[in-house]
Ligand binder design. Structure first.
Ligand code: ATP
Ligand code: MG
Length: 270
């Protein structure tokens, strides 16, 4: 069997072919290489592995029993994984901006067979966990996601329509004028942890989408593909990104295996 491993800053993702020759997936915290090693030794000791991701060298070091593991550059692996998923899901895209919302966010452009990195931001999945926990004390990813869904951003953020009251609007009133500005200015409102977490999702989604929309305008492409484990089970973030991208007349695309593009690319390289 063959296995592709993407050892990222937060999560180590694995893609492999199972007994039925179907692509299967597994992930571990990157803080727990021991679990990765045990998983490999238990079921896949004879597999041929291909590694990618920022922590690939660290993982390779840890897996000393396995000699000479091939490595593929993260961006190449990710793009190959994205192309594979587009084909599988029958999505046609000649050219697209790709945002990988991992621990941080990396932004790329793909045109036909070529791709290059065009930017990024430190606002990403690590921000969701870090800022979310700093504001509420909640540390578990699933809890943060679930709680944020129950939140309301209206007391946390300031909308354009909050500022332009009884005044002719120069831009859409439903746009965010100031993320978290409401905490300082809406002093009579009450807000709880779920509202704060919804606000954090808002920052991440709007910052990432804004950068991608500007990149799409600059390079005259319409499609924006959003990937990364930060989207995993996170419908609220997907919705924030989707609606803003559509509002700006671009086409948002989400893939089924949000966080696994790098691992899939490494598997296929193998
Ligand atoms: P990078 O690519 O920046 O090195 P990474 O590859 O580890 O990091 P991803 O796996 O794509 O990044 O995404 C990590 C983010 O996914 C986390 O910051 C968190 O927001 C979210 N996430 C999803 N599932 C989990 C989970 N089970 N545990 C922790 N974080 C999770
Ligand atoms: Mg990654």
């Amino acid at each position: 069997t063959r296995i592709g491993i993407d050892a990222g800053g937060t999560l180590t993702k694995i893609a492999y072919w199972d007994e039925k020759k179907e692509m299967s997936f597994q992930s571990f915290p990157s803080s727990d290489f021991k679990a990765v090693k045990e998983w490999l030794e238990t079921n896949h000791s004879l597999a041929s592995i291909c590694l990618t991701g920022g922590r690939a060298a660290q993982l390779k070091e840890y897996l000393t029993s396995i000699n000479e593991i091939p490595y593929i550059v993260e961006f190449d692996a990710t793009m190959n994984g994205v192309m594979h998923q587009l084909k599988e899901e029958v999505i046609n895209s000649e050219a697209a901006i790709i945002a990988n919302i991992g621990t941080g966010t990396s932004i790329h452009i793909m045109q036909g067979e070529t791709h290059s990195r065009i930017g990024g931001t430190g606002i990403g999945g690590g921000t969701l966990l870090g800022l979310g926990s700093a504001l509420t004390g909640i540390q578990n990813y699933k809890d943060i996601i679930e709680q944020s869904k129950m939140g309301n951003r209206s007391s946390v953020d300031i909308l354009v329509s909050d500022i332009y009251q009884n005044n002719k609007l120069p831009l859409k009133g439903s746009l965010t004028a100031s993320n978290f500005g409401g905490v300082a200015l809406k002093t009579h409102d009450t807000r709880n942890s779920t509202d704060m977490l919804a606000g954090v999702q808002g920052i991440i989604g709007e910052v990432v989408a804004t950068l991608c929309i500007q990149a799409a305008d600059a390079h005259q492409v319409e499609d924006i593909i959003y990937i990364g484990s930060t989207l995993e089970g996170n419908e609220l973030l997907q919705k924030i990104i989707e609606s803003y991208t559509i509002l700006k007349e671009k086409k948002p695309i989400f893939l089924e295996k949000h966080g696994y593009s790098g691992a899939i690319g490494a598997l296929l390289e193998n």
